[in-house]
Every structure is written in C-alpha cells, then in structure tokens.
Write a protein that binds this ligand. Structure first.
Ligand SMILES: Nc1ncnc2c1ncn2[C@@H]1O[C@H](COP(=O)(O)OP(=O)(O)O)[C@@H](O)[C@H]1O
Ligand SMILES: [Mg+2]
Length: 325
C-alpha cells in the first residue's frame, strides 16, 4: 500500500512535468510564431524591397503589416526616408541634366545662325560679288554685323556661365548710384537718339548704395538698353532713383511696346524673347535679363516688372543703402 501513494506521487510529478514541458513547448512554438510574424516575415519584406529599390525601382517603398516589431518598423521607415531622398536627388539630377542639354542646344542654335550668315556672305563675295561694289559693301556690312553679334553673344554666354558656376566673384562696396546712372544715361544717348527715344533721369538726395558697381552698371545698361530697344518712335524712358525704407529704389519706366501678360513670368529665362525677330533685329541675345536677375539676386534685390502691351514697361528694384560713399 505504501507504494501506491508514492507511485501516484511519481505519476503526479511526471504528469506535472509533462504538462509543464508541453506548456513550455507550446509557449515556445507560440513565441516562434509571434517572432515569425513580427520580425522574420517583416525583415524578409524589408530585405527584398530594399534589394529592388537598390536595383533601380526608386519609387518602391517598404509596406509592412500591422503589429510588427517596433525596431523593424523603425528600420523600414528609415529606409523609406532614404529612398525618398535618393529619389528626390535623382529627380533633381535629371532636371539639371535636362536644363543643361537644353541650354547647349539653344547655344548651338544661336551660334549657328550668325556663323552661317557670315559664311554665306563671304562665299557670295568670293564667288564674284566682291567685284560689284553695289553688292560688296552691303554684304561686307552684313558679315561684319553678324560677326559683332557673335561677339555680343559670346560675351553674354561667358558672363552667364561664370555667374552660374559661381566663378564670378562680386566685390561689394559703397558707391554713388546717382553718379553711375547719370553716366550710363549719358552713354545711352547715341543709342537713344538713333531710336528717337528720349531718356530722362530724376533722383532725390539718396545716393549711397552698397553693391558691385561694375555688375550693377551691367544691370542698368541692360535695362536701359531694353527700354530703348523695345520702345516706339518718339517714345520715352524715365529713370528714377529714390530713397526708400530699405535702401535706394531704382525704377526704369518706358513708353514702349510692353510685354504681353502671358510672357511676363518668362522673360528672365535664358534665351527667352517675346519676339525673336525683333530681338535679333536690335541685337538682342535673350540673355540680358537672365544676367540681370542673377546679378540682382547676388545683391539680395528682388526685381519687379509690370507691363501693359502697347503702353510700356516698368522695372524696379531696391539696393541696400549705406552711410559712407
Ligand atoms: N522694356 C521692355 N519692353 C518690352 N519688352 C521687353 C523689355 N525688356 C525686355 N523685354 C522682352 O524680354 C525679352 C528678354 O529680354 P533680354 O533678356 O534683355 O533679351 P534681349 O537680348 O532680347 O534684349 C526681350 O526679347 C523682349 O521681348
Ligand atoms: Mg536685353
């Protein structure tokens, strides 16, 4: 009899341990399944998606089911962010590449036109036209005119590429803007007279501005030239400088042909011209305003334009002013 209780004790102990073992096994199986669902499967998704992103599927993102292990979820989020950044960088690189090849196509086209003209006129002259003064002189003049055009174009191209590459260094100092504009208006007189346009300049006693005098003189010459070139017979150009709260405001207003509304936002783009033929006829390259914008940006000066087709254009910007001149 004494054996019975001990036997049943053993049985109980055995049963208990079996139950415990089965329980432990079950628990570990469950644990494995949980791990499988929250870590291993998601990690596989992370791995395979990352592989396809790195093989070029830049718009693919890791999408995980709910209730995955937080560490895995965080890893996936970090990889997705990285992929977003890479996709953005690739997009930007492609855009720059597009802009660059468009620019090169435009440059080639712009250079080709005057080169072909020079070539054509010279060929005709060599073929015999040189012996007929009535043809020779105008042809030589045309060849010369196109050679000049090439020169202007190349200068503008060099300027714009120097500015855009950051190679061009600005040298800022205080100078007298009234003196500069007076001089530039004076320099424009021959061109203005040829176009039968009157240029006037009025100013108050605000004179000292802070900027690169050479570059700003280029800006003002460009704007003044446009105001004369795109004017009408008997038209006017009024330049005004005035002390303003944030510096000296410069305004160039003309009574010219104006710029139709739909072109207004694009005139600062390289090679953009409202009327290509008119621009060419007056020696334009379509680069002037792009250069102007770059230079003014370096001066933290925003340029504003308002225009009404057939009535005229007003362009203005404000330069920082200073104490000493
Ligand atoms: N004052 C103005 N009046 C009318 N149109 C203008 C004026 N200034 C610029 N434009 C227009 O903007 C275009 C771009 O100007 P710009 O970059 O200076 O090139 P362009 O070499 O043709 O002068 C011009 O071709 C012209 O169509
Ligand atoms: Mg111009």
């Amino acid at each position: 009899m004494a054996d019975v209780p001990s036997l049943s004790l053993i049985t109980v102990v055995l049963l208990c341990s079996v139950t415990f073992m089965v329980g432990a096994l079950l628990a570990s199986a469950l644990q494995r399944r949980r791990l499988q669902r929250s870590v291993r499967l998601p990690l596989e998704i992370v791995e395979s998606t990352t592989a396809s992103i790195s093989q070029g599927a830049v718009s693919t993102r890791i999408v995980l089911p709910d209730n995955v292990d937080p560490a895995v979820a965080q890893t996936a989020t970090a990889i997705n962010r990285l992929a977003d950044r890479a996709a953005h960088d690739i997009e930007e690189m492609r855009r720059l590449e597009r802009v660059r090849s468009e620019f090169i196509a435009n440059v080639s086209h712009e250079l080709r036109t005057p080169i072909f003209s020079v070539q054509g006129y010279l060929e005709t002259l060599l073929d015999g036209a040189k012996d007929d003064p009535a043809v020779a002189i105008p042809f030589l003049e045309k060849a010369y005119h196109n050679a000049m055009r090439l020169n202007v174009l190349l200068n503008d191209l060099i300027d714009i590429s120097r500015i855009e590459s950051g190679e061009l260094k600005f040298s800022f100092r205080y100078f007298d803007i009234v003196d500069l504009i007076t001089e530039l208006v004076h320099n424009s007189e021959i061109r203005a007279r040829q176009a039968n346009v009157t240029v006037t300049y009025s100013h108050d006693d605000a004179r000292s501005v802070y900027g690169d005098k050479e570059r700003l003189s280029q800006v003002l010459t460009n704007l003044l030239d446009n105001a004369i070139k795109y004017n009408v017979d008997g038209g006017r150009v009024n330049v005004v400088t005035q002390g303003a709260e944030s510096g000296v405001r410069i305004e160039i207003a003309d009574t010219g042909i104006g710029i139709p509304e739909q072109h207004l936002s694009r005139i600062f783009e390289r090679f953009y011209r409202v009327d290509k033929d008119r621009s060419r006829a007056v020696g334009g390259t379509g680069l002037g305003l792009a250069i102007v914008k770059h230079i003014l940006e370096a001066h933290d000066a925003h340029i504003d334009v308002s225009s009404s087709a057939g009535h005229g254009t007003q362009i203005g910007f404000t330069l920082r002013s200073g104490e000493a001149v």
